[in-house]
Design a protein around this ligand. Structure first.
Ligand SMILES: Nc1ncnc2c1ncn2[C@@H]1O[C@H](COP(=O)(O)OP(=O)(O)OP(=O)(O)O)[C@@H](O)[C@H]1O
Ligand SMILES: [Mg+2]
Length: 236
């Protein structure tokens, strides 16, 4: 049993707490929702409970398939114990279908399928609104070594293979998702969360949106969508 200590970071959706063991943190999931880099704010009732469950399920599945993650165990409804990471300030986005910013940026119709997964990097910087970056920027800013970057891309593509199949079997199209990695004991681990906050999940075959785009675009039935994802994947 670990003891919960002081708050170490309060983000837009989660709060991280120290524990009596310096190697571990408690990741607490709140119901706070933001969009457009914090310009839109709201509450999605029970989101924290649902995202805690979904993240635990997905990270357990990934561990079983050889992807090392920070997940240790679920502590309660809204909290999980995780290994403390030195977060790499590069967010990796993997896209199987066009949606969101790539559709705008490249002039693509939302929903078209890519013939292969597209990998993008974003600089984790609230002040700069998380701009898209490339290998050269990462090298210049010293955000990750070439070896670390290669590991993260390979791991993210492997995560995509595992999750595309997993969601497909539950009648969900994995449109895109964002991953964060961090360093722990000389190893890179998958960190943060996997939830409808940081992914796009569309129902098959009608493409009904089951993710945070319902909140971003005021589509209604936001909480119901998160619950539906959990109903299909959590209880196994
Ligand atoms: N195992 C971990 N160890 C240390 N920090 C972590 C770990 N897992 C996730 N984090 C960081 O904790 C924070 C989680 O809070 P939240 O997701 O609410 O932040 P956020 O508002 O999205 O802010 P940010 O822009 O920093 O991601 C993030 O900054 C994330 O990078
Ligand atoms: Mg975050």
């Amino acid at each position: 049993m670990v003891e919960k200590r002081e708050k170490v970071y309060e983000g837009k959706a989660k709060v991280m707490f120290a524990t009596d063991n310096p190697d571990f943190l408690i990741q607490h999931f709140t119901d706070n929702a933001t969009a457009f880099n914090g310009k839109k704010k709201g509450i999605i009732k029970n989101k924290g409970i649902i995202n805690n469950k979904i993240t635990a399920k997905i990270f357990t599945l990934l561990e079983e398939n050889g992807i090392p993650t920070h997940f240790v165990e679920v502590l309660n409804d809204r909290e999980m114990l995780v290994k403390k990471l030195d977060i790499v300030k590069v967010e990796l986005v993997i896209r199987n279908y066009a949606a969101g910013s790539i559709a705008r940026r490249l002039g693509l119709e939302a929903g078209i399928e890519f013939p292969f997964p597209i990998v993008e990097y974003f600089y984790k910087s609230d002040e700069l609104d998380d701009p898209m970056i490339n290998d050269w920027h990462i090298k210049y800013l010293n955000l990750a070594t070439p070896e670390e970057l290669k590991y993260m891309v390979d791991a993210a593509l492997k995560v995509n293979d595992i999750l595309k199949k997993f969601f497909d079997e539950r009648n969900i199209k994995l449109i895109d998702f964002k991953l964060e990695f961090g360093r722990h004991d000389g190893q890179i681990l998958l960190g943060d969360e996997f939830a409808p906050d940081g992914s796009r999940l569309w129902n098959k075959p009608d493409d009904y949106v089951l993710d945070k785009d319902r909140f971003r675009k005021d589509l209604g039935f936001v909480e119901e969508a998160y619950e539906e994802v959990c109903r299909r994947i959590c209880g196994e």
